[in-house]
Structures are given as C-alpha cells and as structure tokens.
Write a new protein. Structure first.
Length: 341
C-alpha cells in the first residue's frame, strides 16, 4: 500500500541578511550562491523540496554548515523561512496563527536535540511528565503516561533520579521519553546521538530502531555521519551549501550518486552494509532450500549464505519465492567486484 505524505516543503528558502524577502521576490528565478553573496545574503537553505512519507525515517545529512539543522528548524517553524510552503497533513504551517502552531507542537510534533536540555532540578519522572503537564493533563494521568514511556526507553527504576545522576546515554533516553510522552505524529531529531561516546551511540541507535519497530513514527533525523544515516534511514537527503543535492535510499546513493560530492560521501562505505539481497539476486527460482529475505542487507545474511555452500531461495515479505542468491555473489559484494546476477 502506498504511503501518504505526512510533511512536505516546497521551494523553502532561509536567507540571512537585510532585504532577503525583497531580494527573492525580485530575483524571479533561483539565485546562485554568487548572486546571494553579491547581495550580502547567506543562503542557509536554498529552494528545498522534500516529501516525508508517513511512518518513514527520513534522514537529512551533510557536513557542518550545509544547512541541515536550519532546514529542520524551518520544517518545525522554530525558524521562520524566508519563502516557501510547509505542509503538515496538507495544511500549510506558515499560514497558522501562533496559537494554532503552539497546539500543533504540544500535541502532534516531538523534538529531540543534540543537547539534552533536561531540567536539572526535576527528577526523571518529572522531566518526562513536564510536556504533559503543559498540555493540562491531571497529575495522575501525567505520572502514569510518564512511567509508561520511561519503561519503553528502558529506564524503569530511575524515575526518582536527577539528570546529574545519569550517564549521557541515560540522559538522552530521558530526552527521547519526554518527546514521546506527547505521542507525536511527527518526530524531529537533530543529531541526537552525536555528543555520545561511540559505543553508547551505537547502543542508542539500536534503541532508536527498536522503538521505531514498535511505534512506527514519522521521523525527520539530522546527522552528519553517513554510517549512522545508512543504518537508520529509509531515505536520505544530502545537503551542500543550503541546497539538497540528492534524495534517495541508502542503496541508491551508494550505487548511483548524483554528483561527485555525493560520491565522496559514499565511496568508503562497505557495499555489504548498504546493498540488499534484492539488488544482487538472480531471478532464478530455487525450491526446497533455506530462505533469505529480499530486503535483508548483504552484511546481515553473508555468513548464512556462505556457510550453506549452495544457492539459497530469496523470498518477499509474504514468503513467496522471488529469486535466489549464490555464495559467489556474496563474495563478489564483500570484495568489491562487479556483481553479475
């Protein structure tokens, strides 16, 4: 079933500098970086167009200064765009009153940022319950809901601890729990794990994927780490100088980079981490063998196929055979040879 569009931005600009709106109105076309510089304007976001589908993890990535964090702040209207449309469930957020926008943020949008922003004088329970209290829920309902999401993120037993008594990973879990407490329909996460040590970061990515498998949220996730992006994303938008260069699945980005810049991002990524069975399988149907999923990454099934020593059946989501994959194909992917299905 085709997924509906939850959030879209159309021709969104964010320019910093005097006379930005007037400059855009007069330019008529898409001004270049040089034209912006000549007008003493900074193009933080330039003519951005994206569609985020319901239930997907949409990752926006780029190097520092690429505009990714500014874009996500435009999408949530924490920063006011200079121009463009922001459609949430078909309604333009830019046309909403301040009161309407506050209600949307309280009830439908969740946000988690790199810096945990926990209230140091409140316990874990009170931090998580805080947005529910702002919504006007009674104390008993706030506490019950807060305890439920604290358990969901694996912090049961820590309800009465203060932030200073928690590790960095635990503090980030509290931030995630606080955001989830309002049951957001759209969840913004701006580099939520980048301040964590590598092992804790990996653990939080695992936790994030576990939560998403249960909750099926629509997520916009910001990162500068391509390894993190390909691990989490359904689709990725790569930004440079405020412009979206390419939007594609991790697999498509690695196999078909649109520009040399995208190619630089992807060239050091082991293909086994990104390629799915479906992209390298043979169409030949083989009955009576062990099976692997068409959507599995090569990295996940490599040992299984190689140890079998013979072709294995590839099945779709309904368990129907759709092809086969050979150990030699797995080896070709692992060593970087061209795959011939």
């Amino acid at each position: 079933m085709e997924k509906s569009v939850k959030l879209s931005c159309r021709h969104v600009w964010k320019l910093f500098g005097h006379g930005a709106k007037e400059f855009l109105a007069k330019s008529g076309d898409v001004p270049s970086l040089e034209e912006l510089q000549n007008a003493n304007l900074i193009g933080a976001v330039r003519d951005a167009n994206i569609e985020v589908l319901e239930g997907e993890i949409f990752v926006i990535m780029g190097l520092s200064g690429s505009g990714k964090s500014t874009l996500v702040r435009c999408l949530s209207r924490l920063v006011e765009p200079t121009a463009g449309e922001l459609l949430f469930e078909g309604v333009d957020l830019r046309k909403m009153s301040e009161r309407e926008l506050i209600e949307i943020r309280r009830h439908k949008l969740g946000m988690v940022f790199q810096h945990f922003a926990l209230l140091p004088h409140l316990t874990v329970l009170d931090n998580v319950a805080f947005p529910l209290d702002v919504q006007g829920l009674d104390k008993a309902s706030c506490e019950a809901k807060a305890r439920q999401v604290i358990d969901l993120v694996g912090l049961s037993g820590r309800e009465l601890n203060y932030p200073r008594e928690l590790s960095g990973g635990q503090q980030q879990r509290v931030g995630i729990a606080r955001s989830l407490a309002v049951e957001p329909e759209l969840w913004f996460l701006d580099e939520p794990f980048s301040a964590l040590d590598p092992l804790i970061r990996r653990e939080m990515q695992d936790e994030f994927l576990r939560l998403q498998s249960m909750l099926h949220k629509t997520i916009v996730f910001i990162t500068h780490d391509f390894d993190e992006a390909i691990r989490l994303a359904d689709r990725i938008a790569i930004m440079k100088d405020g412009e979206i260069i390419q939007i594609a699945t991790p697999e498509e980005l690695v196999m078909n980079p649109a520009t040399d810049y995208v190619g630089e991002f992807t060239k050091h990524i082991p293909r086994a981490k990104v390629l799915t069975v479906g992209s390298v399988m043979s169409k030949e149907i083989i009955e009576g063998t062990e099976t692997v999923s068409i959507s599995a990454r090569i990295e996940e099934i490599a040992d299984k196929v190689e140890s079998a020593g013979k072709p294995m059946s590839v099945v779709d989501a309904d368990g129907k055979p759709v092809g086969s994959i050979r150990p030699s194909t797995i080896i070709d992917v692992l060593v970087g040879r061209k795959v011939i299905s």
